[in-house]
Write a protein that binds this ligand. Structure first.
Ligand code: 5GP
Length: 115
């Protein structure tokens, strides 16, 4: 299987604006932002979706992803004002990139329910 677009970004084969990075996680600005702040939080290990994450990966990675959410919220100024975290999982949710990622959206008022 070929590397996902996010793995190529992690390997610096494709450029991206990196907001945060540590050993297990990278956070980048979304190329097509849906809010003033739209950051993708991505495990460096290529995991297809949340089912795969739950099934085969040490659950500490889930903690790492949410540690990164906290850090990105701080770095982008969203911690005080609030933000939304979204995972599109599978076809019905519109998942485009089959490499697990969290969307952190902020910088504006969010509507509910989402579309
Ligand atoms: P999904 O629909 O899979 O949850 O979200 C995939 C997201 O990745 C989309 O919001 C899309 O704009 C973003 N994306 C796709 N290709 C690239 C890319 O090459 N660079 C960056 N920074 N974001 C991308």
């Amino acid at each position: 299987m070929s590397d996902s677009i996010f793995t190529k970004i992690i390997n610096r084969q494709i450029p991206a604006k990196i907001v945060y990075e540590d050993e297990q996680v990278i956070a980048i600005d979304d190329i097509n932002p849906q809010a003033p702040v739209h950051v993708l939080i991505i495990p460096k290990l290529e995991i297809e979706n949340i089912v795969t994450l739950g099934g085969s990966v040490n659950s500490t990675l889930i903690g790492k992803l949410f540690d990164a959410v906290n850090k990105v919220a701080e770095l982008t100024g969203c911690k005080e004002t609030g933000f939304r975290v979204v995972i599109n999982n599978g076809r019905n949710a519109g998942q485009e990139v089959e490499h697990l990622h969290l969307h952190l959206l902020g910088g504006r008022k969010m509507n509910w329910p989402p579309g």
